[in-house]
Design a protein around this ligand. Structure first.
Ligand SMILES: C[S@@+](CC[C@H](N)C(=O)[O-])C[C@H]1O[C@@H](n2cnc3c(N)ncnc32)[C@H](O)[C@@H]1O
Length: 371
């Protein structure tokens, strides 16, 4: 009998370096690429150019007021077929499944570095988010499922009732609680539920898009004994969370803070920080300054410095490490990790190179809170 095949050793994060430029097209991605001064200057000038004309104020307000609708439309079109599942999550964020064997899932740290397929540009996913305009093959495909009712008003009423009843809230008996904000269709939540087998685990997830939350709740893997999906607008600071302050071990923000109006980010981070237990952590992965997606914007799509609107009406900000550090430390959190992930993606067929920039952070609430 043949010996059982062992899961291939996971390649650790950021370990394929391009030392010989002649090998550029031998792989589809290279880690930790250094930018030359010329490349940096080039990027700066592209951003200057595409930010030289800001959208008029009335248009800006329209995108803010209707933000939820644009994301609803996005999920009506793409449902949950847009994002790739992310087992890299557990390499980058072992906090999501602390007792997991690190050799589980032999996939690479980045969903892009699949050796079988070359990157096709932004359409192949910007670390999980693909721009609508590059996915013309996706046809408008209205939600077929019968959605459960999950309006924010109803949810708010339900939490107030729950919170009044002696600390009994969804997940109140759990020993390890994770909240994902801006969960979209659940491409982070479901891998967590599959991978983290801790019987004390409870996962909350929320999004302001009712369409997205419907997709999560109607997913065959949604298990209400281990998970609670709810509609929540992060920008509405009057909208309660279904769990009390200091009850969460982990809050995850994956490509979400970048979708928020920059002036509102600090208030959101402060509120999320209050939900953490002392010692609990916020984990973030998001767009970095001069990422290819930023350089590709055209004049007329810029809302304010480093903040743009896509063709589908959704918005995106491109962070520096310092900006994120300021946001988290001002919320009383301490830095565990704040790194920039510069990756060169290669489309060997088209002989194209794409420089991606992402930022990854872990910030912890001190045992004695600073706020
Ligand atoms: C780029 S998507 C990322 C989705 C998910 N985190 C993922 O990585 O698959 C940004 C998400 O943030 C959500 N979002 C944007 N603004 C929000 C807000 N004010 N409150 C709650 N969710 C918001 C959107 O609906 C969308 O699902």
């Amino acid at each position: 009998m043949a010996a059982p095949r062992e899961a291939p050793e996971r390649r650790p994060f950021g370990r394929r370096f391009l030392t010989d430029p002649a090998r550029l097209f031998q792989h589809n991605a290279w880690d930790n690429v250094e930018w030359s001064e010329e490349q940096e200057a080039n990027a700066r000038s592209k951003v200057q150019e595409n930010s030289s004309q800001l959208l008029p104020q009335d248009k800006q307000e329209e995108y803010e007021v209707n933000a939820k609708r644009y994301w609803d439309d996005f999920y009506k079109i793409h449902e949950n077929g847009f994002f790739k599942d992310r087992h890299w999550l557990f390499t980058e964020f072992p906090e999501l499944a602390p007792s997991r064997n690190p050799n589980q899932n032999g996939d690479s740290a980045h969903e892009f570095s699949n050796e079988e397929s070359d990157n096709e540009g932004l359409g192949s996913c910007e670390n999980g988010y693909c721009s609508l305009e590059t996915r013309a093959e996706n046809q408008l495909n209205l939600i077929k499922s019968t959605p459960k009712i999950c309006t924010e008003e109803l949810a708010t009423q339900k939490y107030s009732e729950l919170n009044q009843s002696d600390g009994d809230y969804p997940g109140s008996s759990a020993s390890y609680r994770i909240l994902e904000v801006g969960c979209g269709a659940g491409n982070t939540v479901f891998p967590i539920l599959q991978t983290n087998n801790d019987p004390g685990l409870f996962v909350y997830c929320c999004d302001f898009s009712t369409t997205a939350v419907d997709l999560v709740q109607n997913n065959a893997e949604y298990d209400s004994s281990r998970c609670f999906a709810f509609v929540h607008d992060l920008c509405n600071d009057q909208s309660p969370f279904p769990m009390p302050n200091e009850s969460l071990d982990v809050v995850i923000l994956i490509f979400v803070l970048s979708a928020i109006l920059p002036e509102k980010m600090q208030c959101i981070v402060n509120r999320l920080s209050r939900l953490l237990k002392p010692g609990g952590m916020i984990l973030l992965r998001d767009y970095g300054r001069y990422d290819l997606a930023q350089l590709r914007f055209k004049k007329g799509q810029c809302l304010s410095d480093n903040f743009y609107v896509r063709g589908d009406g959704t918005r995106v900000y491109f962070f520096t490490q310092g900006e994120l550090d300021d946001l988290f430390t001002a919320a009383g959190l301490e830095k565990i990790q704040n790194l920039v992930d510069r990756r060169l993606q290669v489309n060997r067929g088209k002989q194209m190179t794409m420089y991606r920039v992402w930022i990854q952070c872990k910030y912890r609430k001190p045992a004695t809170p600073q706020l």
